[in-house]
Design a protein around this ligand. Structure first.
Ligand SMILES: *[C@@H]1O[C@H](CO)[C@@H](O)[C@H](O)[C@H]1NC(C)=O
Ligand SMILES: *[C@@H]1O[C@H](CO)[C@@H](O)[C@H](O)[C@H]1NC(C)=O
Length: 267
C-alpha cells in the first residue's frame, strides 16, 4: 500500500513539475497583413506566414529579434532572397540579422533590472511592415508598460533621402555618420529623423539610445507580435518607479550588423 501511494505521489509530483517547466515565456507571431510575410527570428529561424497564420516561439530566453520579410522566393534548400528584411538569402535567419530597412520586435527576457522582461518595436533600422509587440497573458504581476507598436503609415510620408525600395530606411545606414549610428561611445540624442519616426510611432524605439520599451516582471509570460496590427492607438500605461536606463554593449558579431547593435543600445 505504501509503495502504491508513494508511486502515485511521485507521479503527481513529476506531472506538476513538468507542467511548471512547460510554462516558460512564449511569443506568438501573427501575420495580420493582407499579404504573405516571411517572419524571421534571431534566434529562432524563419517561417512563411500567409495572411492570418501564426508561428509560436516557445521557451524564449535571453535577447533576440523578430522581423518580417517581404516578396521572398526560396528554393527547396531554403535559399533565395527577399525584397526587404533579407538575412543573407536564407529562409532560416537563426544567428543572422536582416538587411535594413526593416521594423524589428526586440526582447530581452529576465535580464533587465533584477530579472524583468523588456521588449519593444524598433525602427532604429528603419521600417518595412507595421508591427506591435504586446503582453498577452502573465502570471507574474503588473507590467510597467505592456505594449509597444509602430502601426502608422511610415512609408508614405518617409523623407525622400530615406526612401528605399524595401521601405523607409534609417539615417545611419544612409549617411553612415556617428551622430546617427551612435558609435562614439556615449549616449546619443534624438535627431530630426528619429523625431519623424517618433511623431508617427510614439511607442516605438526610434534611435539607438531611445529608452522606450515595454516592461514586465519575468515569469510565465506570453507575448504576441502582430504584423499589421489595428491602427487604433493602443493604451500606454505609466511606467512607475523606473530606474535610470543602463547602457549595455552587446555584440552578436554576425554579418549584417544592424545600426542599433554593437553601439550604445539601452534595454
Ligand atoms: C501552466 O499554464 C496553464 C495555462 O495557463 C495553467 O493552467 C497551469 O496551471 C500552469 N501550470 C503551472 C505549474 O503553473
Ligand atoms: C488585424 O487587422 C484588422 C484591420 O485590417 C484589425 O481590425 C484587427 O484589429 C487586427 N488584428 C490585430 C490582432 O491587431
Amino acid at each position: 500500500m505504501t509503495v502504491i501511494l508513494s508511486f502515485v505521489y511521485l507521479t503527481i509530483l513529476s506531472f506538476s513539475m513538468s507542467g511548471q517547466a512547460a510554462n516558460l515565456t512564449s511569443i506568438e507571431i501573427l501575420n495580420n497583413c493582407s499579404y504573405t510575410i516571411w517572419a524571421a527570428a534571431n534566434p529562432g529561424g524563419g517561417k512563411q506566414l500567409n495572411k492570418g497564420q501564426t508561428w509560436t516561439l516557445t521557451s524564449v530566453t535571453g535577447s533576440g529579434r523578430i522581423w518580417g520579410r517581404t516578396n521572398c522566393a526560396f528554393d527547396d534548400h531554403g535559399r533565395g532572397k527577399c525584397d526587404s528584411g533579407d538575412c543573407g538569402g536564407l529562409l532560416e535567419c537563426d544567428r543572422r540579422n536582416g538587411r535594413a530597412p526593416h521594423t524589428v520586435a526586440e526582447y530581452s527576457m529576465n535580464q533587465v533590472e533584477s530579472g524583468n522582461d523588456a521588449f519593444f518595436v524598433s525602427v532604429v533600422d528603419g521600417f518595412n511592415i507595421p508591427m506591435e509587440f504586446t503582453l498577452s497573458s502573465s502570471s507574474s504581476g503588473v507590467c510597467g508598460q505592456s505594449t509597444s507598436s509602430c502601426a502608422g503609415d511610415i512609408n508614405g510620408p518617409c523623407p525622400i533621402e530615406l526612401r528605399d525600395p524595401g521601405g523607409c530606411n534609417n539615417p545611419c545606414t544612409v549617411f553612415r555618420n556617428s551622430q546617427f549610428c551612435c558609435n562614439t561611445g556615449s549616449i546619443c540624442e534624438p535627431t530630426s529623423y528619429s523625431k519623424f519616426f517618433k511623431d508617427l510611432c510614439p511607442e516605438a524605439r526610434t534611435y539607438p539610445s531611445d529608452g522606450t520599451r515595454g516592461y514586465c516582471p519575468n515569469g510565465r509570460n506570453s507575448y504576441k507580435v502582430v504584423f499589421c496590427p489595428s491602427t487604433a492607438s493602443s493604451t500606454i500605461l505609466p511606467t512607475p518607479n523606473r530606474k535610470p536606463l543602463r547602457t549595455i554593449h552587446f555584440q552578436f558579431g554576425f554579418s549584417n550588423m544592424p545600426c542599433g547593435m554593437g553601439s550604445n543600445m539601452v534595454f
